[in-house]
Design a protein around this ligand. Structure first.
Ligand code: ZN
Length: 391
């Protein structure tokens, strides 16, 4: 559908969809229908609580929030899980650098993150597992992978065999190695059977959190933590895996490969939402680049709905560049949408609401839904503002 015509009155859409009412049609994600019967299982790769929330994080979690809302509006019993990675290299490094205990840093930063999510009107996910509560699950995963011949143990580390993982996501091996290196993997480690092997379990250094295991005292690897938490909350497969585009490889590729190898169930995720990267002056917004734009800073001078609108008024998969003018534009757009909501509808209000819902169901087409709501006015505009929590 294009962005300017109504095209889906109740009768017309029911006829086009073989008599199935609009709210029983499946969500379409990235061009593929995702039929959901009963429960929808969504896993959102959450934060490592070591720093404040920037626009890149906010974009991922606001889109996950909209996905949850739209699935719910289609009648699914949505189980959204957003984890907290509270045992992780970057958290340990940050705590060391600041001279603080890693647990103290994690607790404080998680609270700050939750405050930002509340300000952005992100609903609290139904499940919020923490890595430290799933250490036993990682050990079970490691044991299952060793038993399946998909991992081996060497000097207290359980290495998952990663040779086939790049091909499973259509990535050339050289590119995969380069990406893995940006996450601190050491391809040359002689304990690995292949340069792309990753640790499911690893020994802890002095001063790091450590748990007893069949392979000695140690701690979980990052990809294995998310694999174990997804297994614990959702079981061997899920409906939508969500995260920033930079998590596609290695993190999500390895998380998925570990679960598949341990359970024999495929696919791990029926659908994937990798939210587009936020750029600043041509570079990815990242702590390592030193170009972070923080949510708390922006909220000092703009309204939360305007910030939310700025994140959502674009295709979810597209990368985009931040500049301050975007917030001014979002504030103006909001005023225009509020004005549209206050005026009499220009046509059949019920059909317009249904048309707006159809846009959101079609790959979470927020720009299309907003354009239609602005054009139609009245209930359609109130409906989309309410659904997207922009009012
Ligand atoms: Zn994850």
């Amino acid at each position: 559908m294009d962005g300017t015509t109504m095209g889906s009155g109740t009768l017309e859409s029911a006829q086009r969809s073989g008599g199935v009412p609009q709210h029983d049609l499946p969500l379409v994600l990235a061009g593929s229908a995702l039929p959901v019967v009963g429960a929808a299982r969504v896993y959102v790769c959450g934060i490592t609580p070591y720093d404040v929330t920037h626009l890149g994080h906010a974009a991922t979690f606001v889109w996950a929030d909209v996905l949850t809302t739209v699935l719910g509006s289609l009648g699914a019993d949505v189980h959204t899980c957003r984890n907290v990675t509270d045992v992780d290299d970057v958290l340990l490094d940050a705590a060391r650098a600041r001279g603080r205990h890693y647990d103290e840093l994690a607790v404080v930063q998680e609270a700050v993150f939750e405050r930002s999510m509340q300000a952005l009107r992100v609903a609290t996910p139904r499940h919020r597992p923490r890595s430290r509560h799933h250490v036993r699950g990682v050990q079970q995963l490691a044991a299952a992978l060793v038993a399946a011949g998909a991992a081996h143990e060497a000097d207290g580390t359980v290495w998952f065999h990663g040779a086939d993982v790049p091909a499973s996501v259509g990535l050339p091996e050289a590119e995969a190695l380069a990406l893995a290196a940006t996450y601190g993997d050491e391809p040359g480690d002689p304990a690995k059977a292949h340069p792309l092997d990753v640790a499911v379990w690893r020994p802890s250094a002095d001063g790091e959190p450590a748990w007893p295991s069949p392979w000695g005292w140690g701690r979980p690897g990052w990809h294995a933590e998310c694999a174990a938490m997804a297994l614990a909350v959702h079981g061997a497969s899920l409906d939508v895996l969500v995260g920033g585009a930079d998590l596609a490889f290695p993190h999500h590729a390895f998380q998925s490969a570990m679960v598949r190898a341990a359970t024999g169930v495929a696919p791990f995720a029926r659908s994937v939402v990798h939210v587009g990267t936020v750029m600043v002056d041509g570079e990815k917004m990242a702590k390592s680049t030193g170009n972070l734009v923080l949510v708390d800073d922006l909220l000092e001078s703009c309204s939360p709905p305007a910030l939310r609108l700025m994140l959502l008024d674009r295709p979810w998969a597209a990368s985009w560049s931040w500049h301050p003018g975007l917030l001014d534009a979002a504030e103006a757009r909001l005023e225009s949408l509020y004005a549209a909501a206050a005026r009499r509808p220009s046509g059949d209000g019920e059909a317009a609401v249904e048309a707006v819902t159809a846009r959101l169901r079609d790959d979470l087409d927020v720009p299309g839904a907003l354009a239609l709501a602005e054009e139609q006015g009245g209930e359609a505009a109130r409906h989309v503002l309410g659904t997207l929590r922009l009012s």
